[in-house]
Design a protein around this ligand. Structure first.
Ligand code: PLP
Length: 415
């Protein structure tokens, strides 16, 4: 009797699950179809090797990689890998805890100290990602008496972080300092005004107008926040990022950045700034308080990266000369390269289909690049975003330029 009852209960349950699942499918399918129809479906190409300049694809084909954020070439650096392995043995795979319960090891504290010293700041706080650092900052710092002024093309994580806070929100036109000034003027009654910008805008390789931002911040007594994910470790004279590029070391109030790009490329993010700010984030910032500690191998690899880059410009010197080589040779061949001398080198194509065809042909020729088109970039501004690494050899760069020239002529992008 019991087993018959159980069976019929199971049947009813199955029916309910299947009904709920078809409801889910009904809701999701039109959206998936719309993404496909818009031509914005993001395919994930799978690689079968570590992240490096020469990657192996799953079909065994080798390609020269020009689309990673591996700016300093440290993602597969032997010293970095071996530091991670040692930490795995000594400190284990992970902490099974958030930082404030039992998830802080000496290496976490050491890394925060090194990051703060690298930036010349009083303190630093680690997060699982820079996305989290951005998600945790604004809500913690700002309340309804405050105003945040954000560049309209800021990274999605800044936009989301700002959404979470109760401050008044103003979006100023991209890098438009007149618009920023008007909005600062309009917010004079606020307790705090915080100007928030990417240091380097990753789709264009352009730099925020920091000198003007600092001037306005001084004039209107506003704070400054810069997300330096595409600058930390390699941009500016000593790789200290956007403020270094403008010879303004120490001038930004709050810097967020990532360990997931130039600084080893594993994962993790941080905020660095005044001690009181870091203390407040440790007490209140939700992605810090309620998410697991960074795993020891990740922390150790970042610690090693900080040792490798703090007292030398070896890696960034190589990156600068590789960037110059690529930009100069491409311009000489007739291509338009956008951006401000940054290793993000958008090769402007214009038409979306042409950019996608161009990128596919580059991959066929063993050069791994990706085309970007609307809505990621404005309509008619489709491009192939090339990212240069310190680990590229001269020969790698020349091979890429030669492929661009061959295909560029074939597709009549250049003469
Ligand atoms: C400007 C900017 N901010 C934040 C992030 C997020 O960094 P993470 O990968 O550490 O979450 C990225 C990554 O793409 C970025 O480009």
């Amino acid at each position: 009797m019991n087993s018959i009852l159980n069976k019929s209960l199971q049947l009813i349950n199955k029916k309910w699950i299947s009904r709920r699942m078809s409801l889910l499918t009904e809701c999701i399918t039109p959206e998936l179809k719309a993404i496909e129809a818009a031509g914005t479906w993001k395919k994930e190409r799978i690689i079968a090797s570590p992240q490096r300049t020469r990657i192996t694809l799953t079909n065994g084909v080798e390609a020269l990689n020009f689309c990673a954020n591996n700016y300093l070439g440290l993602s597969d650096n032997k010293e970095v890998i071996s530091a991670a392995k040692l930490a795995l043995d000594k400190y284990g795979a992970g902490l099974s805890s958030v930082r404030f319960i039992c998830g802080t090891q000496e290496i976490h504290v050491e890394l925060e100290k090194k990051i703060a010293e690298f930036h010349g700041r009083e303190g630093a706080i680690l997060y699982a990602s820079c996305f989290d650092a951005n998600a945790g900052l604004f809500e913690t710092l700002l309340n309804s008496e405050d105003t945040v002024l954000s560049d309209e093309l800021n990274h999605a994580s800044i936009i989301d972080g700002i959404r979470l806070c109760k401050a008044k929100k103003h979006r100023y036109k991209h890098r438009d300092m007149e618009d920023l000034e008007n909005k600062l003027r309009d917010s004079m009654s606020s307790r705090l005004r915080l100007i928030a910008t990417d240091g380097v805008f990753s789709m264009d390789g352009t730099v925020a107008p920091l000198l003007k931002i600092l001037e306005l911040a001084k004039k209107y007594n506003a704070l400054t926040f810069v997300d330096d994910c595409h600058a930390t470790g390699f941009f500016g004279n000593t790789g200290r990022g956007t403020e270094d590029y403008f010879n303004q070391l120490g001038s930004i109030d709050i810097i967020n950045s990532t360990l997931g790009k130039a600084l080893g490329g594993a994962a993790g993010g941080y905020t660095t700034g005044k001690e009181e700010l870091i203390n407040l984030l440790r007490q209140r910032s939700r992605p810090y308080l309620f998410s697991n500690s960074l795993p020891p191998p990740v922390v150790a690899s970042a610690n090693k990266v900080m040792d490798l880059i703090t007292n030398t410009t070896e890696f960034l010197d190589r990156l600068k000369s590789n960037t110059d080589l690529f930009r100069n040779n491409m311009k000489a061949a007739g291509f338009t390269i956008s951006g401000d001398n940054h290793p993000i080198c958008p090769v402007m194509i214009g038409n979306a289909r042409l950019a996608s065809e161009f990128a596919d042909k580059m991959i066929e020729q063993g050069i791994y690049v990706i085309g970007f088109s609307y809505p990621v970039v404005p309509k008619d501004k489709a491009r192939i975003r090339v990212q240069i690494s310190a680990a590229h050899s001269r020969n790698d760069i020349e091979q890429a330029v030669n492929a661009f020239v061959r295909i560029g002529r074939e597709l009549e992008v250049i003469n």
